[in-house]
Design a protein around this ligand. Structure first.
Ligand SMILES: Nc1ncnc2c1ncn2[C@@H]1O[C@H](COP(=O)(O)OP(=O)(O)OP(=O)(O)O)[C@@H](O)[C@H]1O
Ligand SMILES: [Mg+2]
Length: 403
């Protein structure tokens, strides 16, 4: 779709620098070049301080650019005067983590607000508000005040308000971060309808890969103001290149044991442990079953998970293997022709998963993950050592097994 239609948003070397005084400057957005196609749901993911909100604020010129270019729906945002900018902004809706509803107005009054600002006559306003509340499923709450609503209901009011003037583009900055998982799903489903039924292009800002997985067509990963990786959501999950992307992917699926979980598994299974990728274009569980049948190796599944991303299988299985060293090596070499295999070594000679994600509740700070990665470092040096079975990077490009 993007190859024919011009992009809805086009960043060209877009840069936003804050400060510059003695306290130094912050390159909140640093040379971003990126296209968001008309009609897609595009995710921007990154840890706190990565520059996501600033990137979004460049789109509606709430922040002026320091250098570079942002083109929205064919208009060079940086070149527009206030009047023209107001016109462009009227085609951009925005929803926020904290909903930003007016507490002194009813639900209907909140949704009507942008229509009043845009000068709609009263009768048309009322009809439009009714239509919007129906779309978001809140017709019965029209006369309520926001304080009487749940978080999910508040966000639905926020969405109705953002859609009031028929925007082509909706910007959602952490719009589900204050909501529980079920409510998050409701709001994401509603955003999907906004995209598919109303044809609105949506940019979703989030720090949760689950949100990306659930709703986005494509995604960009931001770190320190830069887009470090972007592309189709399945491709990004299946073959994440950048360490930040790997951490997001790992923390979303939790299909691979953390360092602590791996230690516990080794206590019960002192033999060789491997993690095998399950992908659309690599091994399915069938390949695994076949390989186990054809080699004199016993394999027990001790960890893992398989899910669907963009309706395609994705995940990994961790196995404890028993068998003679050469049989295990042949089994792994066989599997490696159809998928990726990560050797985690044995209790006596352990190897670490370089992309292990801490367990829930373990500490994580802004840019990275503490703890487990360090534990793994010495083990990494053992990869490919004399006693080791052949080892393969789980995220090495997959070998196609059908030519
Ligand atoms: N108005 C401002 N003045 C100075 N620095 C700012 C300003 N706004 C943002 N920054 C800095 O720019 C960087 C990026 O901030 P931004 O809010 O875009 O990050 P974010 O990815 O949205 O983070 P979060 O997930 O916490 O919302 C941060 O270092 C932040 O401190
Ligand atoms: Mg932010």
């Amino acid at each position: 779709m993007s190859s024919i239609a011009p992009p809805m948003i086009s960043f060209r070397d877009a840069t936003k620098v804050f400060g510059g005084g003695r306290s130094g400057e912050v390159r909140a957005v640093d040379g971003v070049t990126l296209d968001v196609a008309a009609g897609e749901v595009f995710g921007v993911i990154g840890y706190s301080g990565a520059g996501k909100s600033t990137l979004v604020r460049l789109i509606n010129a709430l922040e002026p650019l320091t250098s570079g270019q942002v083109v929205v729906d064919g208009q060079d945002i940086g070149a527009l005067g206030e009047g023209a900018l107001r016109e462009v902004r009227s085609h951009i809706g925005m929803i926020f983590q904290q909903f930003n509803l007016l507490s002194s107005r009813t639900v209907a009054g909140n949704v009507a607000y942008p229509l009043e600002v845009a000068g709609w006559p009263r009768a048309r306003r009322a009809a439009r508000v009714a239509e919007l509340l129906e779309f978001v499923g809140l017709s019965d709450k029209a006369k309520q005040y926001p304080s009487k609503l749940s978080g999910g209901q508040k966000q639905r009011v926020g969405i109705a308000r953002a859609l009031a003037t028929n925007p082509k583009l909706l910007l959602a900055d952490e719009s589900t971060s204050a909501l529980d998982p079920d409510t998050t799903r409701d709001v994401l489903n509603l955003l999907r309808r906004v995209n598919t039924e109303l044809g609105v292009t949506i940019v979703v800002i989030t720090h949760e890969m689950d949100v990306v997985k659930y709703i986005c067509d494509r995604v960009a990963v931001m770190e320190h103001g830069k887009v470090v990786e972007h592309g189709d959501v399945y491709a990004l999950f299946a073959r994440p290149q950048h360490p930040a992307t790997r951490r997001f992917v790992g923390s979303s699926l939790r299909d691979r044991p953390s360092a602590a979980a791996l230690e516990r598994l080794r206590n019960r299974h002192p033999g060789r442990i491997v993690t095998i990728g399950i992908r659309e274009d690599g091994a399915s569980s069938n390949d695994l079953t076949r390989a186990l049948r054809e080699h004199p190796v016993d394999g027990t599944i001790i960890y893992g998970g398989i899910t669907e991303i963009a309706e395609r299988p994705y995940g990994s299985l961790t196995l404890a293997l028993e068998g003679a060293d050469d049989a295990v090596a042949a089994f792994l070499a066989d599997l490696a022709t159809t998928t990726s295999v990560l050797d985690l070594g044995t209790a006596a000679s352990p190897l670490a998963d370089p992309d292990a994600v801490p367990e829930r509740g373990e500490d994580r700070d802004g840019g990275g993950v503490r703890g487990n990665l360090d534990v793994g470092a010495p083990g990494l040096a053992q990869h490919g050592g004399p006693d080791a079975a052949p080892s393969f990077n789980l995220f090495a490009p997959f070998r196609r097994w059908k030519s």
